[in-house]
Design a protein around this ligand. Structure first.
Ligand SMILES: [Zn+2]
Length: 69
């Protein structure tokens, strides 16, 4: 089972969890504040290089296109 890294949008806690590949953000809860309002972090160094710009995760608010997979 892979390890996923999440970032809580409530308290900005970052944590890693063992999770099925079918699990979603809604199934994940922040261990710090208990909120399920979390975002899955992606490994910027794992997949193919897109564009080649800087990887600034969490700088802008409109982020959320991981569904569907
Ligand atoms: Zn939290």
């Amino acid at each position: 089972m892979p390890i996923y890294e999440y970032a809580c949008t409530k308290c900005n806690e970052v944590f890693s969890v063992f999770q099925s590949v079918n699990a979603s953000e809604k199934d994940t809860r922040c261990p710090k504040c208990g909120s399920n309002d979390v975002k899955k972090k992606v490994s910027a160094f794992s997949c193919c290089s897109i564009g080649g710009g800087s990887t600034s995760f969490g700088s802008s608010g409109g982020f959320g296109g991981f569904g569907g997979g």
